[in-house]
Design a protein around this ligand. Structure first.
Ligand SMILES: C[S@@+](CC[C@H](N)C(=O)[O-])C[C@H]1O[C@@H](n2cnc3c(N)ncnc32)[C@H](O)[C@@H]1O
Length: 284
């Protein structure tokens, strides 16, 4: 036993996290301790009088040190829940965001027959979260996830394996749709869209720890859309659609970029905060 109770550890950890500038330090302290101990986070209150085992205290201390350096908790715990599924997360990939569930919901809302044998493409797959969330909802669909980062491609493959979806999901390294010549019924993409000059001013969890390749959208944040749009137009089957995430002020600009590649706007879905977050597009 380390001597310290759960309550004492949480109090100490929360003040150290607050000093380091971490938002919601008490919640973060609970998440770390639950992760270190292997407890469900909701059980922490009931355990507050318990003394920590030495091994748990050591693990929790190491996690606390990393969080004080502003490493995101998903990287420290090595996992993140997205669309009700658990994904492994490493510093090689973007930590999947709740806002991105808007894209999954919008794409599923557009699919009439969920039993159809659809072919799905995910450009910039990262953890594989978009492709795997969709395949989990469409029992007869198959999909391909592409990323420029070989480490992301390996991780997405491991996530597919763990979720029991590897029989229907392939992953490959590639530069957007370059080198592909098949048609897809559904194309998903959440490309990097933060203007380069804004990255340094983001929270340290993002600016210091998430891969630049997953964030940087060039001078105006729209570079990836300019490169993606012609691939979407070429790879979509005539009856198919694409679902593309956009930054909260980018919907109109991305719509115009896509129109220049003969893509027609079907709909624009909003996230839970009411911001325009996902464009649904079809061939002209
Ligand atoms: C914003 S992250 C999205 C990751 C994941 N789809 C998600 O929604 O959480 C963008 C992804 O695009 C990938 N990427 C950046 N440039 C690329 C390119 N030229 N071709 C393919 N993927 C690229 C990055 O490596 C990163 O995984």
């Amino acid at each position: 036993m380390s001597g310290e109770t759960v309550e004492a550890w949480l109090g100490r950890a929360a003040s150290l996290l607050a000093e380091a500038g971490v938002e919601e330090p008490r919640l973060e302290a609970r998440i770390l301790l639950a992760g270190a101990a292997g407890w469900p986070p909701e059980s922490i209150f009931a355990r507050r009088g318990e003394r920590l085992a030495e091994e748990t205290a050591r693990r929790a201390g190491a996690m606390l040190d990393r969080r004080r350096r502003r490493q995101p908790s998903a990287q420290i715990l090595g996992r993140r829940e997205f669309w009700g599924l658990e994904f492994e997360v490493t510093p090689d990939v973007l930590d999947p965001r709740p806002d991105t569930e808007t894209l999954v919901s919008a794409a599923l809302g557009r699919i009439g027959n969920r039993a159809a044998p659809l072919r799905v493409l995910d450009l910039g797959t990262g953890t594989g979260c978009l492709l795997l969330a969709i395949l989990n909802e469409l029992p007869n669909a198959h999909g391909l996830g592409v990323d420029l980062s070989p480490a992301a491609v390996r991780l997405a493959g491991a996530n597919a394996e763990r979720l029991g979806l590897s029989g229907r999901a392939r992953f490959a390294t590639g530069d957007w749709g370059g080198g592909l010549d098949e048609e897809f019924d559904v194309i998903l993409s959440n490309p990097p869209y933060i203007p380069s000059g804004e990255i340094a001013g983001l929270q340290p969890e993002v600016a210091r720890w998430e891969p630049r390749l997953a964030l940087d959208g060039g001078a105006d944040g729209l570079d990836a859309y300019r490169r993606l749009a012609p691939h979407l137009a070429r790879l979509l089957n005539p009856a198919g659609f694409a679902a593309v995430e956009v930054g909260s002020t980018q919907a109109a600009a991305v719509g115009s970029i896509c129109a220049r590649s003969d893509l027609r706007l079907l709909d624009c879905a909003r996230d839970l905060a009411g911001r325009e977050r996902c464009l649904l597009l079809a061939r002209g």
